[in-house]
Design a protein around this ligand. Structure first.
Ligand code: ADP
Ligand code: ASP
Ligand code: MG
Length: 444
């Protein structure tokens, strides 16, 4: 079928003007599925509305709903030319916002929250579809809730997705342009769920993998993966090529441009992923594929809200079962470990999901002394750092010599050096690395 996947993020559909601009990017001869996020700010607003409802603050929720609805009314007025399409647009907005308002009168749980969170992508895709209709550009809207599914472990159910997506596609032979929602899915019970914040990237990569697409293009508001986080350092440059492993590492450790696990499906099926800028389509962007990078540092990223756990036991001395006992506790509580360092009598590790921390801490305390530190950040330095070359770790340590480091991890792969530090030092550390590893003149 050879369908290209093009995903556009929140800012790329963030206003009527942007939506019109999008049309120019998707209308060409290549058959494709266009995956859209919600308009920028929408998912945050829907989270806020849900927070009000969870706290039983109906008035707060209603005010926020009205504010968001007005934004959509304005978009409809600006997006459509003809009366007929303006009416269709307003009717769509009315339906979705009446639906959202209906949750203000009843009990509200996380289940209802997920239904509310799904409205953003449903709105953006339908508005774009109507816009193409008005411009007489043929397109088909594919309902993601008919084929996107996660299993009981919250992992994509690839077999289900492939079967049901292909069924949906086969209903529209000859169609060149499909549109679908990113982020939203159903769970193992058939309920509406999502792929976590930023999940539209993940949708795109999953679709690319199940369809063996020629490429997945992720269009956003910046010209590709940069060497450092542009939100915190003043000078950065785009990286033209990244290997799958480098990109996966950067995404997982906080490079916001990509959802943490979205590279994995594309990597498993060897599908190239392009990161492109909607505002500057002619810029090269970043190509993520299977390739052998040159030696050296490529980029750094930071991940916040990390919790460090130190586990100390006299029994570890020569006790080969100790680490297993520790890992089993994390496994039982389905809590992934990100970083780990050991000494003869102690092990330190980090987690970012603290939902089971109390239980984990209690079980660890039965075999060891446990200390927990919150508000930590992992800084991940990615590149090709061959084991037989001297100096990479030294350069990183030298750059960060004035910052207290809680943990250091090197040698897990040839791809990364990670350090853990208190989040108050994060920005300073990113700036120092920008200066010492990439030669930028950062004010620290
Ligand atoms: P979208 O809404 O299109 O999904 P996101 O806001 O999720 O866009 O991701 C793009 C943003 O990621 C950029 O505007 C930039 O501020 C941020 N970002 C963080 N780290 C990086 C990086 N290393 N390279 C590029 N962008 C980054
Ligand atoms: N709209 C969702 C979010 O804001 C998904 C995404 O944009 O990728 O997280
Ligand atoms: Mg995103």
């Amino acid at each position: 079928m050879n369908l290209l996947i093009m995903k556009f993020g929140g800012t790329s559909v963030g206003s009527a003007e942007r939506i019109k601009n999008l049309k120019k990017l998707v209308v060409d001869e290549r058959p494709k599925i266009v995956v859209l996020s919600a308009m920028s700010g929408t998912t945050n607003a829907l989270v806020e509305i849900s927070d009000y409802l969870i706290k039983n603050n109906k008035e707060g929720a209603i005010t926020k709903i009205e504010e968001l609805e007005n934004k959509y009314r304005k978009t409809v007025e600006e997006l459509f030319e003809k009366k007929e399409f303006k009416e269709k647009g307003h009717e769509l907005v009315r339906q979705h916002f009446d639906f959202i308002r209906s949750f203000t009168t009843d009990m509200f749980t996380v289940h209802e929250e997920k239904i509310i969170l799904a409205q953003g992508e449903l709105l953006s895709t339908t508005l774009f579809h109507y816009h193409l209709n008005e411009c007489q550009i043929p397109s088909v809207l594919l309902p993601a809730l008919h084929f996107m599914r996660i299993d009981e472990h919250h992992e994509p159910d690839f077999a289900y997705i492939e079967k049901h997506l292909k069924e949906e596609l086969s209903k529209h032979p000859g169609t060149k342009l499909f549109i679908t929602q990113g982020y939203i899915c159903r769970n193992a019970f058939g309920e509406i769920d999502n792929l976590k914040r930023g999940g539209s990237d993940y949708t795109a990569s999953i679709l690319g993998a199940v369809l063996k697409s020629p490429a997945v293009e992720i269009w956003t508001d910046i010209d590709g993966m940069h060497n450092n986080d542009p939100r915190f350092v003043s000078k950065t440059h785009p990286i033209h090529r990244l290997s799958f492993d480098e990109a996966a590492e950067l995404a997982y450790f906080g490079a916001k441009i990509l959802h943490p696990t979205c590279i994995l499906p594309a990597r498993n099926k060897n599908i190239p992923v392009w990161l492109k800028n909607t505002m500057q389509p002619e810029a090269h962007g970043t190509l993520i594929s299977q390739f052998e990078p040159e030696d050296g540092f490529r980029a750094v990223a930071a991940k916040d809200n990390i919790t460090a756990i130190s586990i100390k036991s006299g029994r570890m001395l020569l006790a080969y079962g100790f680490l297993r006992a520790v890992f089993e506790i994390f496994e039982r509580h389905k809590t992934p470990i990100d970083m780990i360092t050991t000494s003869e009598v102690a092990v330190s590790l980090t987690i970012d999901d603290t939902s089971r921390l109390n239980e984990i801490q209690k079980e660890l305390s039965e075999i060891a002394t446990v200390e927990v530190d919150h508000d930590q950040s992992i800084i991940c330095i990615v590149g090709k750092l061959p084991r037989n070359h001297a100096g990479y770790a030294a350069k990183v340590m030298n750059a960060l010599k004035d910052i207290p480091l809680r943990m250091v991890s090197y040698g897990g792969s040839e791809n990364n050096i990670s350090v853990l530090l208190h989040s108050q030092y994060k920005v300073k550390a990113l700036k120092l690395l920008n200066k010492h590893l990439f030669g930028y003149d950062e004010e620290i």
